[in-house]
Design a protein around this ligand. Structure first.
Ligand code: SF4
Ligand code: SF4
Length: 104
């Protein structure tokens, strides 16, 4: 297993913030908002977190895997590739599209 990129499986992410809190270099940043909805008509409404932004700064990541180990839902996994070269430090900050694996 290559400890390269980390992939985010958004459907499994509950925006619990555990990965961001446990990351030793604080290189994960995420924001979310809450939505209320009823699972069926007439049922009691429930509140759930909805992910807005999720970023990893590869310039600060040390590939320790703590975020993957600590995620309670399995929403993070090693992506199997190395992080591509960037022309600037800002280019090493990857958001949801890249973390989902949609940047090619
Ligand atoms: S691998 Fe380690 S340093 Fe990199 S984002 Fe995860 S917890 Fe942070
Ligand atoms: S620990 Fe897992 S479920 Fe929680 S915010 Fe991070 S990726 Fe999402």
């Amino acid at each position: 297993m290559i400890h390269g990129r980390i992939r985010l499986i958004e459907d499994l992410c509950t925006s619990c913030m555990i990965c961001a809190r446990e990351c030793p270099t604080w290189c994960i940043r995420l924001t979310s908002h809450q939505e209320r909805s009823a699972p069926s008509p007439g049922a009691r409404e429930r509140t759930r977190n909805v992910l807005d932004e999720f970023e990893i700064d590869w310039g600060a990541c040390m590939y320790c895997g703590v975020c993957i180990e600590q995620c309670p839902t399995g929403a993070l996994e090693w992506g199997g590739e190395h992080v591509p070269v960037a022309e600037s430090l800002a280019g090493l900050v990857h958001g949801r599209a890249e973390l989902r694996g949609e940047d090619g």
